[in-house]
Design a protein around this ligand. Structure first.
Ligand code: BGN
Length: 285
């Protein structure tokens, strides 16, 4: 499987690099928040190859991007996200693959661990340089919000519709974040211990700062996101252990994370617009 992916990824050598900012970018774009059929989205993007893979033909992209979307029983939202996100990524002339990491029911949602699974499983399938971890319900509204990695991890959101296009608190680090392959490895990825809602993003931020990185964030006009409104998912109740866990984030950093993620891949399928990795996480291990 890896060989096949690698073959697909071999670059022709006689092309120039794609521009850092494509001339096609206009700024504010319309968002589509209504439910959509996957077949409608598929027919809109014939240029995306099986597995959710795209590479510009006229230039060589500067890096290989894996977009990791943790998901648990939220297929409707995934289709809405793809309906919005694919156009933006293609316009930015990026070499990307969409990975959906779908957690088997009934185990409580573990967003942090799904990030780790996404990183590890993507690297088994291709040599990605940049990882963008993307909530399934965050819809970008500005195409100058570049889906690229840089010298420090980046928080993409500066304002979200459900918070009146602001953030809930200054150090909020949820939603959409980017890491180079190296950055994510150096911080030992996410914690695996957060089952249920809350805190794992605060833990991740603590890990980044503790390893000496600083944080980047897009300015207000660019990091502007719409959200798909929904009820709190069943199987993702607020995690009462989160307060204690966040306090010990730095002490646990090297002991648990990317290096200790235990999971079982129950299926891996290449759909037209994404690679879907189904994963079982055992809560008691
Ligand atoms: C915070 C949560 C985040 C969540 C944001 C926005 C906690 C940690 C308490 C120590 N943090 O309160 O995880 O992304 O709200 O909803 O609960």
């Amino acid at each position: 499987q890896k060989q096949q992916h690698e073959k697909q990824q071999q670059q022709p050598s006689n092309k120039t690099f794609c521009p850092k900012k494509s001339k096609q970018l206009v700024g504010t774009i319309q968002t589509y928040l209504d439910p959509v059929n996957i077949s409608t989205v598929e027919s809109k993007y014939p240029e995306v190859r099986k597995g959710g893979n795209f590479r510009p033909k006229e230039c060589t992209a500067r890096e290989r991007l894996a977009v990791i979307i943790p998901c648990r029983n939220r297929t409707q939202h995934l289709h809405i996200l793809l309906n919005n996100l694919l156009r933006l990524l293609i316009k930015q002339r990026l070499d990307f693959t969409i990975f959906v990491i779908d957690q088997d029911l009934p185990t409580t949602f573990n967003r942090g661990m799904l990030f780790n699974v996404g990183y590890l499983e993507a690297l088994k399938r291709g040599s990605y340089d940049c990882f963008i971890f993307h909530d399934v319900d965050m819809i970008p509204t500005n195409d100058k919000c570049l889906y690229r990695c840089t010298h420090n991890p980046r928080h993409f959101l500066s304002g979200v519709s459900k918070w009146k296009y602001r953030l809930p608190y200054k150090s909020y680090f949820g939603g959409v974040v980017s890491f180079t392959r190296d950055q994510y490895r150096k911080i030992n990825g996410d914690s695996n211990l957060y089952f249920g809602w809350g805190g794992e993003d605060d833990d991740l931020r603590a890990r980044i700062l503790h390893k000496g990185y600083s944080l980047l964030r897009y300015p207000q006009s660019i990091g502007r996101y719409d959200t798909i409104s929904h009820q709190r998912d069943s199987g993702n109740k607020a995690n009462p252990a989160r307060f204690k866990l966040v306090k010990s984030a730095k002490a646990r950093q090297d002991l648990e994370g990317l290096n200790t993620a235990r999971y079982t891949v129950t299926s891996s399928v290449t759909r037209r617009l994404y690679t879907k990795i189904q994963v079982y996480i055992n809560m008691t291990e």
